[in-house]
Design a protein around this ligand. Structure first.
Ligand code: AMP
Ligand code: ZN
Length: 114
């Protein structure tokens, strides 16, 4: 298997606390939460990040957005609100090179993005 951390999580080789899963996406709790609710949403297929969307088909890309809303519903934060973030590259502070979205909420988030 390749050395990508999130590919290993998607394959079940590294444990994670799954929140939601379907054929093409997986959502699990962030190991170092930055808000009361902090879940990571990934495609099971590897793509490096937002600059590598051609690695994924349109069905997977739309499944990610639909899954984000489903995760919010499962976390009970759909109505209170949440933030969907994907860090990209050096300036974006992306630390894991597998496309992922942070779903943040469960409390009033900062009114600043950075
Ligand atoms: P980013 O900095 O946007 O690339 O986000 C990577 C995220 O992955 C960080 O919020 C980390 O806390 C999280 N993370 C790293 N390793 C794990 C892991 N084994 N399980 C769950 N989350 C992880
Ligand atoms: Zn990967």
């Amino acid at each position: 298997m390749n050395e990508c951390l999130f590919c290993k999580i998607a394959a079940g080789a590294i444990p994670a606390k799954t929140v939601y899963e379907n054929d093409v996406v997986l959502a699990f709790h962030d190991i170092n939460p930055q808000s009361k609710a902090h879940v990571l949403l990934i495609p099971k297929k590897h793509a490096q990040g937002l600059n590598d969307l051609n690695a994924l088909d349109d069905g997977t890309l739309s499944a990610l957005l639909r899954a984000a809303k489903e995760v919010a519903r499962l976390l009970g934060i759909q109505d209170s609100g949440y933030r969907l973030v994907s860090n990209c590259g050096e300036d974006g502070r992306q630390s894991v090179q597998h496309l992922h979205f942070h779903i943040l909420g469960g409390e009033r988030l900062s009114d600043r993005m950075v």
